[in-house]
Design a protein around this ligand. Sequence first.
Ligand SMILES: Cc1cc2nc3c(=O)[nH]c(=O)nc-3n(C[C@H](O)[C@H](O)[C@H](O)COP(=O)(O)OP(=O)(O)OC[C@H]3O[C@@H](n4cnc5c(N)ncnc54)[C@H](O)[C@@H]3O)c2cc1C
Length: 292
Amino acid sequence: MKLIDTLLKLGNDVHINEKMKCHVSFKIGGPVRLFIIPYTVDMFLETLNVLDNVKILGNGTNVLPKDEYMDFNVISTEKLTGIFVENDTIICESGLSLKKLCLYAAKEGFSGFENAYGIPGSVGGAAYMNAGAFGWETAEMIEFVDVYDGKKVLRLDRTEMKFSYRNSIFKENEDLIILRVGFRIIKGDSYNIFSRMKQVMIKRVEKQPLEFPSAGSVFKRPRKGFYVGSAIEKIGLKGFRIGGAMISEKHAGFIINYNNAKSSDVKDMIELVKDKIYKNFGVKLETEIEIW
Ligand SMILES: Cc1cc2nc3c(=O)[nH]c(=O)nc-3n(C[C@H](O)[C@H](O)[C@H](O)COP(=O)(O)OP(=O)(O)OC[C@H]3O[C@@H](n4cnc5c(N)ncnc54)[C@H](O)[C@@H]3O)c2cc1C
């Protein structure tokens, strides 16, 4: 109780035994020990200093928590949504949604984020995953990231973050917590930027099952030219169900929570797909989503 009082005195919202299904796009997941929502980056830092056994949640669009009690604490960045321009760089707090970043950039006439429009993650989650779409990657736009390494705040230059396809230094080193991300500015025309964003959103709506809870594409592309969704479709798994989980009929790379799916339904589906893809194509799949 002393710890909870300390967290509350810092100004956080604190929820005990909060169910993760309320906070992730899959709408799946049991309770965690404490779910904490800081309101400023300073509060976030102070909270990290008093708490151990912590996981960070951005928008929760790439995470599959388990159904049972999870004996760790979660800090959500949902209230850390500041954005401003300083020294020709767009600086965003880690919880800002990519959607808000795209809309801000378009309004200001800053180009380069159009393909990110509709990726439902936060800026911190996008840097962590090196999220990307239509040949574009978050890393292309990053100048620096301010991180907390458990002892101090430091600024990492883009060359220090080991970005590659859906990978970064943050995946290798979970102690690095993303506080702010600095993005470069490419001047463009607001009208054209908004038009391109609209086209991107139309493609997403046409191709992705956005009407169902999911965490996006479940598997990483194993190599250039191998499309996991098409491969899953070829082996006849489109629409296949395990419990409440289903391979999307619209995009076979998505597993959707069709009807009150359990985490175990999704995990069983992942194993089945991995097994069948290996048997049919000799390809080993890795998950893009994070399993908690
Ligand atoms: C419908 C749909 C469509 C999608 N389309 C795409 C797409 O086109 N391209 C793509 O790349 N992805 C896509 N995704 C997946 C997802 O949106 C991205 O991976 C996104 O970058 C995840 O961000 P998030 O804030 O939701 O991260 P979360 O799911 O909250 O977290 C993901 C990981 O990042 C870590 N993390 C988050 N914030 C921080 C922080 N501040 N410091 C340290 N670690 C942090 C978490 O601990 C976790 O390990 C899609 C998902 C959905 C549901």
